[in-house]
Design a protein around this ligand. Structure first.
Ligand SMILES: CC(C)(COP(=O)(O)OP(=O)(O)OC[C@H]1O[C@@H](n2cnc3c(N)ncnc32)[C@H](O)[C@@H]1OP(=O)(O)O)[C@@H](O)C(=O)NCCC(=O)NCCS
Length: 333
């Protein structure tokens, strides 16, 4: 059994089709819905997002992110013995997107078939999904059940947007991010903190379901934006403080905050509560919008590949989402 798990590589992928606020506002105007670049930037910090085209699915985006993470780790699919995918936009009702991803990775080359047989499953915790997935993989590795995991966040949120609802459709985007998490005698992941409060199910949900061959209910995002905003800041502060305390560190020990990228104002408010200047926060919300479970690993990969986040630095990940679910992970790169 290993004492710790450690992130040894990151990867991410954005579908090539980028949609600026100007483009989205003009598409909405064609349907008689009024919005503006100024409103979206001022209230959310978002300037553009990426949307898939055609039938591209979460497992397709996850596959590309995993290939990049594996390349960065100088490993192949055959070196992986656990796959966890966080998604709220799975390819199918079942099987899991993780199983579909495993099949795609196994076809990469001849040796890649070695990934078949590794356990693979999805985690559903909406925008906190990656935090839940990473915490689960860390626990499985430390318990001796796996040595090297692919932990992925992948979403095609454009599929569940209501383009007649300007209060939600301007906020979200598609993408995927992945990390390779490995058993290690050195930290690694220092502490984790997960929570859920099911009383808030109705504040942020996609209330549709499949029955008798039909989709019943409304299979698009419904959100009480102001209530979500108010709850999110307090919950994120609590989770961030909890992981710092569990690791016997202080706010001053955090080199980088990589928050869930929902809204610049939520990120600024959380950073302020942690006394972290915005220069130490990785921001991608302006270019990606909210990619739900993919947003944290996407931002982490950008932070690492841009050279901002350096080896041995201490990084705080935190997320909040529908459920409500929320949590944080503190690690040393
Ligand atoms: C959604 C959100 C950006 C709305 O911002 P807000 O400052 O709360 O705005 P309000 O909801 O008070 O709306 C203000 C006005 O803007 C209008 N508006 C909403 N969306 C608009 C848009 N895309 N373009 C132009 N106007 C818009 C509203 O209809 C309202 O108009 P009214 O005053 O005439 O009724 C904000 O509540 C938010 O970010 N919430 C958190 C959402 C989130 O992060 N969810 C994911 C969590 S994981």
């Amino acid at each position: 059994m290993s004492k710790f798990s450690r992130i040894i590589a990151t990867g991410s992928f954005l579908p090539p089709h980028q949609v600026s606020n100007a483009q989205l506002v003009s598409d909405l105007a064609e349907q008689g819905i009024e919005s503006s670049d100024e409103w979206i930037v001022e209230r959310t910090g978002i300037s553009s997002r990426h949307f898939v085209q055609g039938d591209v699915s979460s497992s397709d985006l996850a596959f590309q992110a995993c290939v990049r993470a594996l390349e960065a780790a100088h490993l192949g699919p055959q070196d992986i013995d656990l796959i966890i995918v966080a998604t709220s936009t799975p390819d199918m009702v079942f099987p899991s997107t993780a199983c579909i991803l495993q099949h795609k990775l196994s076809q990469l080359n001849e040796q890649a078939q070695g990934i078949l047989g590794a356990p693979a499953f999805d985690v559903q915790a909406v925008c906190s999904g990656f935090i839940y997935a990473l915490t689960t993989a860390d626990a499985l590795i430390r318990a001796g059940n796996a040595k090297r995991a692919l932990v992925v966040g992948a979403e095609v949120f454009s599929r569940i947007l209501d383009f007649k609802d300007r209060t939600t459709c301007v906020l979200f985007g598609d993408g995927a991010g992945a990390v390779v998490l490995e058993a290690s005698s050195e930290p690694g992941i220092l502490s984790t903190d997960l929570h859920a409060d099911g009383r808030h199910v109705g504040l942020l949900c996609v209330p549709g379901h499949v029955k008798g061959g039909n989709v019943l209910g409304d299979p698009v995002i419904k959100m009480d934006g102001q209530s979500v905003f108010k709850l999110a800041v307090g919950l994120l502060e609590g989770a961030a403080k909890a992981v710092i305390e569990k690791a016997h560190l202080t706010d001053a020990d955090i080199d980088w905050l990589v928050p869930h990228q929902a809204n610049i104002r939520i990120i600024q408010a959380t950073a302020k509560k942690l006394k972290l200047p915005m220069e130490r926060v990785i921001l991608t919300v302006q270019d990606h919008g909210n990619t739900s479970a993919a947003s944290i690993p996407l931002a982490l990969d950008q932070g690492v590949r841009s050279g901002k986040i350096k080896p041995a630095q201490t990084v705080l990940l935190e997320g909040v989402g529908g459920g409500f679910t929320w949590g944080a992970v503190l690690f040393k790169l």
